[in-house]
Design a protein around this ligand. Structure first.
Ligand SMILES: NC(=O)c1ccc[n+]([C@@H]2O[C@H](COP(=O)([O-])OP(=O)(O)OC[C@H]3O[C@@H](n4cnc5c(N)ncnc54)[C@H](O)[C@@H]3O)[C@@H](O)[C@H]2O)c1
Length: 351
């Protein structure tokens, strides 16, 4: 039986990855390590928490002693590393926590994994999940990000992720650590914390609150349904070449304002609002400082070499996402009110 450490498994993408691995591979033991910051929510994994091949551990990836003991306890074969501080706006107001978690945390995991696998004769793998934001910003209508596009991160978030990618490559180069990296575009779907655009706006539409659009709403993002990202992680974990990087993207570019208008239209249709009701909530606000103009991924390599393509068209993915939030209003309310943070305490009877 393989024992795999997945970090950040109580977060948005991590919970979809944990669910996929726990259900698809009963022969793997999956250990989900998560600090349960504001972004971590064990309710995201309620449906699989009693599976025999799933274990949850609460802890901090930057805590060397804790991580050392965790590796001793489980003797992990592989790591899929998703734990991170992930919100650009928070990185602007509170950058140091991003440096600690995203840089020191990744270095700590690499260091302990290297020590633990020194004499291993098994096939180990350290899979680092990263973002397209490390490449910086593109011109409107211009070229794409490729795997060999030079790094040019602009925000404290993207710089901390870029640093972590460099550390992973350095461990591969210097210590021969078996690693693989993926850089993915913007994700959307169920269980996303409602500080990010799509769930925030669905929530605000339902509560009839303003929809704050940065600047003129012309920034472009390439959107991918989160379950497709989890499937790409599965494919790269099993078939990716050691030392390689894979871009993951949705071939699905939208300006923020067009996306928000589509979202308003789809939610209005769903909850039977008269046409145009939610668009009236749009409010233009001062742009984010240093706001990257455009991200767009060229995902040819993963398609050609590993056979992965996104399974969902955006219209369908967005409808699925809206349906999920409408059917899970209590999840949204628990997250926005903060009650979700009691779930772990109730579940595990801790103070
Ligand atoms: N959301 C996106 O659109 C996107 C796109 C590309 C790549 N990524 C990357 O994917 C990964 C997951 O992103 P997400 O959107 O699911 O993030 P998220 O913020 O929803 O989840 C992050 C998780 O990490 C945990 N965590 C934070 N600090 C920790 C620490 N010190 N120790 C242990 N756990 C800690 C949190 O509790 C949370 O459960 C991140 O590495 C992010 O950079 C995200």
């Amino acid at each position: 039986m393989k024992t795999i450490l997945i970090t950040g498994g109580a977060g948005f993408i991590g919970s979809h990855t944990v669910r996929l691995f726990v259900t698809k591979y009963p022969e793997y033991k999956i250990v989900n390590l998560d600090k349960l910051t504001y972004a971590g929510n064990l309710e995201n994994l309620k449906d699989i928490e009693n599976k025999p091949n799933y274990i949850f551990e609460q802890g901090d990836i930057a805590d060397l002693k804790f991580i050392t003991n965790l590796f001793k306890k489980y003797n992990f074969d592989s790591v899929i590393h998703l734990a991170a501080e992930s919100h650009v706006d928070r990185s602007i107001t509170d950058p140091l926590v991003f440096i600690r978690t995203n840089i020191t945390g990744t270095a700590t995991l690499l260091h302990v994994a290297k020590e633990s696998w020194k004499e291993s004769n098994k096939k180990n793998l350290f899979y680092h999940v990263s973002t397209d934001e490390v490449f910086g910003s593109l011109e409107l209508g211009g070229d794409f990000f490729y795997e060999d596009t030079p790094y040019d991160p602009k925000s404290p978030y993207s710089s901390s992720k870029a640093s972590s990618d460099h550390l992973v490559r350095a461990w591969n180069h210097t210590y021969n650590m078996p690693v693989v990296i993926s850089n993915c575009s913007n994700n959307y779907g169920p269980y996303q914390f409602p500080e990010k655009l799509i769930p925030l706006f669905i929530n605000n539409i339902l509560k009839k609150k303003p929809l704050p659009v940065y600047g003129e709403g012309i920034n472009v993002r390439d959107w991918l349904f989160v379950e497709d990202h989890a499937k790409a992680i599965d494919v790269i974990f099993h078939k990716g070449k050691i030392g390689e990087t894979y871009n993951i993207g949705g071939h699905n570019e939208w300006t923020n304002i067009d996306l928000i208008k589509l979202l308003c239209k789809q939610v209005d249709e769903k909850i039977r609002n008269p046409e145009g009701t939610s668009e009236k909530l749009i409010t233009y606000v001062t742009d984010r400082s240093g706001h990257d103009l455009r991200y767009a991924i060229d995902a040819t390599k993963i398609k050609d070499e590993l056979g992965w393509i996104p399974s969902l068209q955006f219209d369908e993915g967005l409808r699925k996402t809206i349906d999920w939030y409408l059917e899970n209003i209590s999840w949204l309310d628990n997250v926005t009110s903060g009650t979700y943070q009691d779930y772990y305490k109730k579940q595990y009877k801790q103070d």
